[in-house]
Design a protein around this ligand. Structure first.
Ligand code: HEC
Length: 117
C-alpha cells in the first residue's frame, strides 16, 4: 500500500515540476531572436508590445504582416524565411503566451537576461 502512495506522490510531483522546467519555448525564442530581434528587440520585449488577440490576429492574417513590412526588405525576408514559415504555429503560441496581457514575466536564464535590445 505504501508503495502505491509513494508512486502517486512521485507522479504528482513530477507533473507539477514538468511545466516549470520549460516555462517558454526556447526554440521559438531563438527563431524570433534570429529573425525579428534586429528590429523589434528581444523576443519578450517584442511580445509585450501587443495583446494576445493582436498576436492571434497577425498570425491569422499574415498578409497584413507582409503589408506592414513592405518597405522593410529584411522584415519581408524574415517573414518569408523557412524558419518562420515552418514554425509559425509555435511562434504564435510563444507571442501569445508572452503578450502584454499574459502577465508573464521572465527571469534571467541562459537565453535571456533583462529587456535590453
Ligand atoms: C528590418 C526590420 C524588421 C524586421 C526584421 C522585422 N520587422 Fe516587424 N516591423 C518593422 C517595422 C519598421 C514595423 C512598423 C512599426 C510601426 O509602424 O509602428 C514592424 C511592425 C511589425 C508588427 C506590427 C506591430 C504593431 O505595433 O502594429 C508586427 C506584428 C511585426 N512587425 C512582426 C514581426 C515579426 C514576427 C518579425 C520576425 C519574423 C518581424 N516583424 C521582423 C520592422 C521589422
Amino acid at each position: 500500500m505504501k508503495k502505491i502512495i509513494a508512486a502517486a506522490m512521485i507522479t504528482s510531483i513530477a507533473l507539477t515540476l514538468a511545466p516549470a522546467a520549460e516555462r517558454y519555448d526556447t526554440r521559438a525564442f531563438r527563431i524570433v531572436t534570429k529573425l525579428c530581434t534586429p528590429c523589434h528587440g528581444t523576443p519578450f520585449y517584442m511580445a509585450k508590445q501587443l495583446d494576445s488577440d493582436d498576436w492571434i490576429y497577425f498570425f491569422d492574417h499574415r498578409e497584413k504582416l507582409l503589408k506592414i513590412h513592405k518597405n522593410k526588405p529584411k522584415g519581408i525576408a524574415s517573414l518569408k524565411n523557412k524558419l518562420f514559415l515552418n514554425h509559425a504555429k509555435r511562434l504564435k503560441k510563444f507571442f501569445v503566451k508572452s503578450a502584454k496581457d499574459s502577465g508573464a514575466v521572465h527571469g534571467c536564464d541562459a537565453n535571456f537576461c533583462g529587456t535590453h535590445h
